[in-house]
Design a protein around this ligand. Structure first.
Ligand code: 3HC
Length: 307
């Protein structure tokens, strides 16, 4: 009976809130997805954080600093949304450290030049926006509200990245070459962010039935490609896909074969930077223990004072 009432609520587009009855599978599906999303935000701070001290100007440094701080905030919203499902922050972090929880494949790739800051902001945050705008309509209330807040900040992330790429593309020949190299290295990993093809996406069935996902992986990937090709042309760079071609009949760009072996290898923890990313997170987490202790003792003291 509960299942039927639950599904009726979903079908009526009513949000599911933390105290509502929900199938255990719905809860665990959300914990998995929201925790991965949160881990992605926090791990994603590393490739960009590496360039804060090497930004080419004070303005560039301030913008990148603000962006990386935003990502920490996005992680906070998403961990908090995840905790409403009955799992603690400590458990979530432990699952990440144990390799039991994933984070977005894209953050397994190194950032080798300043142009990569442009490619990451423009392509990675651009892809995340396409995915997250859709997720604003997800059925779980705290996740949906977190997405609305996050989407407001992502467009700044995407614009600042595109500005870096546009400036370098019209700069010296070396700068243009650096921008093209960054595009060459980040194009395919960025479109892999949307997940496997729908035919290979084991989670999508339930995700669509429960309206956790509102659009299919392939549909969002295609939307991102269609909207990005024009942006690449404007700044005079080339997309590293010889099969990319407008298909009038489909009304979309056809594109080349994706390297799904690379995708699954990265998703299963064999990405080029995975060990480095997790080691860095473990070190930062243990060095931050005193901050968590201080915050806890302060809040305990406040509780005693207010009791
Ligand atoms: N990276 C890592 N793992 C991925 C992945 C990717 N790009 N795509 C799929 N996977 C994993 C899934 O998590 C699932 O693994 P699991 O069963 O062990 O959890 C498996 O591969 C099968 O994939 P499915 O398509 O069946 O899984 P989903 O239905 O969950 O779809 C998804 C994958 C589209 C990534 C979906 O989980 C999703 O929309 N997640 C929320 C959005 C998100 O995580 N975005 C991260 C972008 S980075 C970011 O937002 C930071 C920004 O500031 C740049």
């Amino acid at each position: 009976m509960n299942e039927q009432k639950f599904q009726e609520k979903i079908d009526l587009e009513r949000k599911i809130e933390p105290k509502d009855w929900m199938p255990e599978e719905y809860r665990s599906h959300l914990i998995r997805q929201i925790s991965q999303h949160a881990h992605s935000e926090i791990i994603g701070m590393q490739p960009e954080g590496n360039w804060i001290s090497r930004a080419p100007s004070l303005r560039a440094k301030m913008i990148l600093l603000a962006k990386v701080q935003d990502e920490a905030g996005h992680g906070l919203y998403l961990y908090s949304a995840c905790e409403t499902l009955g799992i603690s922050r400590e458990e979530l972090v432990q699952q990440l450290h144990d390799g039991k929880a994933k984070y977005s494949s894209i953050f397994n790739y190194p950032t080798l030049s300043w142009a990569d800051m442009g490619a990451v902001g423009w392509l990675v945050d651009g892809a995340a926006i396409v995915n997250q705008v859709s997720l604003q309509r997800t059925s779980y209330g705290p996740y949906s509200r977190g997405m609305v807040k996050i989407c407001k900040e992502e467009s700044f992330h995407q614009r600042q990245g595109y500005e870096i790429m546009a400036e370098m593309a019209k700069g010296t020949p070396e700068q243009k070459e650096m921008a093209q190299d960054a595009l060459n290295r980040f194009w395919w990993p960025s479109i892999m962010m949307f997940g496997p093809q729908d035919s290979d996406s084991p989670r999508t069935g339930n995700a669509m039935k429960w309206k956790i996902k509102r659009q299919f992986n392939d549909e969002l990937r295609q939307k991102f490609i269609d909207q990005t090709v024009g942006q690449v042309k404007v700044i005079g760079l080339e997309i590293p896909d010889p099969d990319l071609k407008w298909n009038e009949e489909r009304g979309h760009y056809d594109f080349g074969k994706m390297n799904w072996d690379e995708f699954w290898s990265v998703v299963n923890g064999n990405g080029p930077c995975n060990i480095q990313r997790l080691d860095h997170h473990k070190k930062a987490h243990s060095e931050g223990e005193w901050v968590r202790k201080a915050a806890r003792s302060y809040s305990n003291k406040q509780e005693i004072i207010n009791a």
